[in-house]
Design a protein around this ligand. Structure first.
Ligand code: BJW
Length: 233
């Protein structure tokens, strides 16, 4: 990797699977017979807020019982160590995951493009607040007092966060690495094409080939807790 300076790493549910968090499209991908596409939309929230808030309360409680794994820790190590090996160079971790396992694994700066379970967002005043408890009984927003909080999660049909920062980082990068994501959800699924158009090297680390596999220069297959530390070290 001697010619590599800046690295953009995209992670998905597969990186947290071995911490015990179900992936979206694997065997555990259904919740009470609902597909994620049926509960993770603004329309579902408008139609049946109780169902959607129950789903998120359950997930918010569950992730707080999970621990980061060797893949999260290896990526955190890379983020910290890389600028020392290549002065001025940068590793940006962009995650589609809404858990906080990268941070608890030691990562310093994680871009959560699909939001965060441990944040609530107020539909009335637009404030975001750290939120670890349930939202089902419509607690008041700490900023404005209105009962208009929702999970700070990017639902289907909503625009993911910080897209400009992500494309800017891709524009300055030499290597794009995609870890544990099925390549089924856009715009993240399109990053590899953008990376190829920009002339970056591209590497996929996943349990099995993803929908976008053909776009990568190289795919390494296996469980994240094995192949991510092996790649980093
Ligand atoms: C392992 C492993 C192990 C397992 N080790 N690996 C038709 C065509 C194209 C696009 C669209 C379309 N119709 C609609 C769209 C757009 C839509 C979309 O992409 N839909 C698709 C379903 C087709 N996208 C949107 O609506 C997005 N917004 C948007 O496009 O706005 C327009 C816009 C964008 C940009 C600029 C301007 C305008 C928003 C998408 C929001 C996604 N939100 C969710 C839910 C939130 C989380 C929650 O509710 O808890 O985010 S959906 C869900 O999928 C979640 C994830 O972040 C996301 C991606 O899933 P991920 O991470 O890839 O998980 P899986 O389960 O799919 O895959 C796991 C992988 O890990 C697998 O490959 C396994 O093999 C692997 N694995 N164990 C290593 N141990």
């Amino acid at each position: 990797m001697s010619h590599i300076r800046n690295i953009v790493i995209l992670t998905g549910a597969g990186v947290s699977a071995e911490s015990g968090i179900d992936t979206f499209r694997g065997g555990g991908g259904l919740w009470e017979q609902h597909r994620v596409e049926d509960v993770a939309t603004p329309e579902a929230f408008a139609r049946d807020p109780e169902l959607v808030l129950r789903f998120y309360d359950m997930r918010r409680a569950a992730i707080q019982t999970k621990e980061p794994n060797a893949a999260h820790r290896a990526l955190a190590r890379l983020e910290r160590e890389w600028p020392k090996k290549a002065p001025g160079a940068q590793v940006l971790i962009v995650t589609q995951n809404v858990d906080d396992l990268h941070e608890r694994g030691g990562a310093l700066d994680v871009l959560h493009m699909h939001g965060e379970h441990l944040n609530a967002w107020c539909n009335a005043c637009d404030a975001r607040s750290r939120w670890t408890g349930p939202l089902l009984h419509r607690p008041p927003c700490p900023a404005c007092g209105k009962a208009a909080l929702r999970p700070d999660i990017v639902w289907f049909g909503e625009i993911p966060y910080r897209m400009e920062d992500i494309y800017q980082a891709l524009g300055a990068a030499d290597l794009f690495v995609s870890i544990g994501t099925s390549g089924a959800v856009y715009p993240a699924a399109g990053f590899v094409r953008t990376a190829r158009e920009l002339g970056l090297q591209t590497l996929e680390l996943n349990l099995e080939r993803s929908q976008g596999s053909a776009w990568f220069h190289e795919s390494r297959l296996g469980p994240a807790t094995e192949i991510v530390p092996a790649w980093v070290d």
